[in-house]
Write a protein that binds this ligand. Structure first.
Ligand SMILES: O=C(O)C(=O)C[C@H](O)[C@H](O)CO
Length: 308
């Protein structure tokens, strides 16, 4: 297998997004799962990406295999696990934005453990991408996340980590313990502002970035919604402005940011330029419903940047 830019480890989820049409409450089918979203977003922008997970022996599992093939995402290490199911989530919309409801307990992906890791594929990628959700879904996945990260580090592979805090999956104390330990082993920390405030107990973006730098990361990309992204390295801190849009659904926007950021960073290791590109891609991804359908192509991002 040719070397990948990004290998993403975590759970793909079938998606059903509420479409309130008149009195009827219909659900639009789609695809989600944070790290699969990241891999697809990056592939649409030209990166060589792959996913590692286990899928259920069901229609949704085959749908994911087809989706990744169509999107050019390598899935050669993905395993369909006999007798298991693929996880599902529903998106509803409230005054505060989207609300997720999960049907994922005992899913194929949650059964992954350290012994299942594709060690050769981890050695053969430039970046291993893991998230808080990848580790929240079960004890064995928490262990597998750490084992994957340690294996990547031992082999000189860059590790990126999105904190993606989901308190429907675990309590804050355990989430803090696992995520703060794992992100401290990652070269690139990708926290969102709300997550970071809860995980660090800090308020100000500058303090949060310093927390992640002291915790062990060498690059922090703190996404702050309409306020843009704060990029911090040991020698420089900059806020990269957001491109304002009338968002329809922010589901997956953080994952698109991750995919776009890593796609650009891997080319020249310039996190400031990467964040400027990724802010545009993430803004565009909020203009449609669901996680994967509205992800932009490189041509769309470039045209959007030119409008600024
Ligand atoms: O919440 C999760 O576990 C998901 O992966 C569903 C969504 O696709 C994801 O959260 C969007 O970031």
């Amino acid at each position: 297998m040719a070397q990948l830019d990004i290998l993403a480890f975590g759970e793909p989820l079938m998606e059903l997004a509420e479409t309130k049409r008149g009195e009827d409450n219909l659900y639009l089918p789609g695809f989600g799962g944070d790290v699969s979203n990241c891999a697809i977003a990056a592939a649409r922008l030209g990166a060589k990406t792959g996913v590692f997970s286990h899928l259920g022996e069901d229609k949704f599992g085959s749908d994911f295999l087809e989706l990744w093939d169509k999107e050019g995402v390598d899935r050669s290490t993905v395993v369909v696990r006999p007798g298991t199911r693929t996880g599902i989530y529903f998106i509803s919309y409230g005054p505060e934005g989207h609300i997720f409801t999960y049907l994922r307990k005992g899913s194929a992906a949650s059964l992954v453990g350290p012994a299942d890791l594709p060690l050769k594929a981890i050695e053969n990628t430039k970046i291993l991408h893991v998230s808080g959700i990848s580790q929240a879904i079960s004890g064995s996945c928490a262990d597998a996340g750490f084992a994957a990260i340690h294996h990547a580090r031992r082999n000189g592979v860059t590790v990126s980590y999105d904190t993606n805090l989901r308190l429907r999956l675990w309590d804050l104390d355990r989430a803090r313990a696992v995520i703060n330990a794992a992100v401290g082993l990652a070269d690139i920390a990708l926290p969102g502002m709300d997550d970071a405030q809860q995980l660090t107990g800090l308020d100000k973006p500058e303090d949060i970035c310093q927390f992640y730098l002291k915790n062990g990361s060498s690059i922090v990309a703190l996404t702050m919604g309409k306020s843009g992204t704060m990029i911090a390295t040991k020698s420089e801190v900059q806020v990269i402005p957001a491109h304002p849009v009338n968002a329809i659904d922010a589901t997956g926007a953080g994952d698109v940011f991750d995919g776009a950021f890593l796609t650009e960073w891997v080319k020249d290791h310039n996190p400031f330029r990467a964040a400027a590109f990724a802010n545009e891609a993430a803004a565009l991804s909020t203009l449609g419903q669901g996680a994967v359908a509205p992800m932009p192509t490189r041509a769309q991002v470039e045209a959007f940047m030119a409008q600024k």
